[in-house]
Design a protein around this ligand. Structure first.
Ligand SMILES: NC(=O)c1ccc[n+]([C@@H]2O[C@H](COP(=O)([O-])OP(=O)(O)OC[C@H]3O[C@@H](n4cnc5c(N)ncnc54)[C@H](OP(=O)(O)O)[C@@H]3O)[C@@H](O)[C@H]2O)c1
Length: 275
């Protein structure tokens, strides 16, 4: 990865995960600057990660080739508007990780023309196991695309989408996705307890099974559908359980849930744009 100067605006959870991932990947820490209003947070980041810190966003981006906007979506408008003049002067690649904020809103707040990549990471990025959707706006060069991808890849897998509207689908699938799997784990663990397994055994068997199934699906050349068929013997226990799930219309429910999340993502983007 080429070591450009990167400035993170906001030094919270996601910025810290990205910084840890970048440093673990060999990124030069002296190329990284973080700006945040919380002096204590900055002191911790400087001590733990060895990065430069700043309490003033505009000064923090004066030498930046890449600016990562890592503040909450609700404060992004005022943060971006305050940075607009400096962004127009310095002309860095801007990467937004803010959920639901459309490129048109952000471009507007940043004063017009800007090389902008919008990304949607998810919570497992905290343990470098994230899944991130990326979309490049007009004017983003191939080198800038690669740069954005390598930054987000520091916390897990990345996939580009060609249409920005697909970011609502990404939000429904991987953004909100960890919670769906947590719910399923919660339900399996609860049944395991009801069947008499002790708490630790119920939890560990459930979690290791989820991890094992995900790893197998990722590492296998077979699709999840084929893997499912392979582990379902006719007349066996798995078949009985799957029949009950199918009769309960699990696929329809999941489809409705994901479309609900996608619709909500569209609604929230509109609200954030109008704020
Ligand atoms: N966490 C996730 O799993 C996840 C997943 C996908 C996308 N994201 C996106 O990532 C972004 C950051 O989320 P997060 O979970 O890292 O939030 P966070 O921990 O609250 O981090 C945001 C940081 O920005 C700081 N901040 C507030 N106002 C600022 C300003 N004017 N200038 C500079 N910094 C300012 C906050 O300081 P104070 O705490 O003092 O306000 C906080 O340290 C959000 O837009 C979110 O949508 C997060």
């Amino acid at each position: 990865m080429s070591n450009n100067n990167i400035t993170f605006i906001g030094g919270g959870n996601m910025a810290t995960s990205l910084i840890n991932g970048l440093i673990a990947d060999g990124y030069e820490k002296q190329r990284i600057t973080v700006s945040d209003p919380d002096a204590e947070k900055l002191a911790q980041l400087a001590a733990r990660c060895g990065v430069h810190t700043q309490s003033d966003n505009n000064s923090a981006i004066s030498n930046a080739e890449v600016v990562v906007l890592a503040v909450k979506p609700q404060v992004l408008k005022s943060v971006a508007q305050d940075l607009a003049a400096a962004i127009q002067q310095v002309k860095p690649l801007v990467i937004s990780i803010a959920a639901g904020v459309k490129e048109s809103s952000l471009r507007n707040w940043l004063g017009g023309e800007v090389a902008l990549v919008r990304s949607m990471p998810n919570t497992p990025a905290m343990i470098q196991s994230g899944a991130t959707g990326l979309h490049a706006g007009p004017g983003v060069s191939e080198a800038q695309r690669n740069q954005a991808e390598s930054i987000l890849r520091a916390v897990g897998l990345t996939r580009w989408v060609e249409e920005e509207s697909m970011m609502d689908a990404v939000t429904a699938v991987s953004g909100s996705g960890p919670a769906y799997f947590f719910l399923i784990m919660e339900a399996i663990e609860s049944s395991a307890r009801q069947m008499g397994l002790d708490e630790d055994t119920a939890r560990l068997l459930t979690l290791q099974t989820a991890l094992g199934a995900a790893r197998m699906a990722l590492e296998s050349s077979d699709s999840p559908a084929v893997l499912r068929q392979k582990v379902t013997s006719p007349g066996g226990t798995t078949e009985r359980a799957l029949d009950i799930l199918e009769e309960g219309k699990i696929r329809t429910l999941i489809d409705m849930a994901l479309h609900g999340a996608q619709e909500r993502s569209v609604e929230l983007s509109e609200m954030l744009g109008e704020q």
